[in-house]
Design a protein. Structure first.
Length: 227
């Protein structure tokens, strides 16, 4: 029986692409006094390119922007602090987030989360989505001293949930860091489809969060047949 579901955050629960677009447009408007020599579209497009879907930390992104666009009167560190403080106000959930977590909760499925990133920043985003109460534990790589795809962080979440790998599934959008890494420790890997990759090998592939309970039903049905 599947007793626990562990989720990734960015690209799985948090629609990061949509959130970034909202944030960077608001930042441009908020700090327009120092940025108005750059067109809004150019500022937004270049930030998104440099950010590389979150895989480049923003100190590097803002240093590059300040250099390229000759931004004066505002340092890259001030832009970074604005990002750290304000990003949570632009967080967009994927569809059916709360209803899916509620359904899993009502079915007595334990929920955990593993996310790479900066500790307080990621926790602020989790709270902004209103989902902190559903998850125990929440493991964030900076605070744990280990990150996906390293097996230690997956083993840690299993230990805290007190379940075997075979009693759990991991849901994420990254084929290597999420799906394959979870499979490597014996969990079922569920890939939340992302346009960036093709031909992903996963135990299940889904388009939306509302499919998670259906996957659990299928797995538990198969388990009962094999008993």
């Amino acid at each position: 029986m599947i007793k626990a579901v562990v989720f990734d955050l960015d690209g799985t629960l948090l629609n990061r692409d949509a959130s970034v677009k909202i944030f960077i447009e608001r930042q441009y408007q908020r700090l327009n006094k120092w940025l108005n020599h750059i067109s809004k579209d150019k500022y937004i497009t270049r930030f998104i390119e440099l950010d590389n879907r979150g895989y480049v930390w923003k100190d590097k992104v803002y240093q590059q922007l300040v250099d390229e666009f000759d931004i004066t009167g505002l340092t890259w560190n001030e832009l970074l602090q604005d990002y750290i403080i304000k990003f949570k106000d632009s967080c967009v959930p994927f569809s059916n987030l709360i209803s899916t977590l509620e359904e899993l909760n009502n079915n007595n499925i334990m929920l955990g989360m593993i996310t790479n990133g900066k500790g307080q920043f990621q926790m602020d985003n989790i709270k902004a989505l209103g989902i902190e109460k559903y998850f125990n534990p929440i493991l964030i790589s900076e605070w744990e001293g280990t990150k996906k795809p390293e097996p230690q962080i997956f083993q840690k979440v299993l230990d805290k949930l007190n379940v075997l790998p075979s009693e759990s599934i991991f849901v994420g959008d990254h084929p290597e860091n999420d799906v394959k890494a979870a499979q490597n420790v014996g969990m079922k890997g569920v890939w939340k489809r992302d346009y960036q990759w093709d031909n992903v090998k996963a135990d299940f592939i889904m388009d939306g969060l509302e499919e998670v309970p259906l996957i659990l039903d299928e797995l538990n049905h198969d388990n009962m047949k094999s008993c």
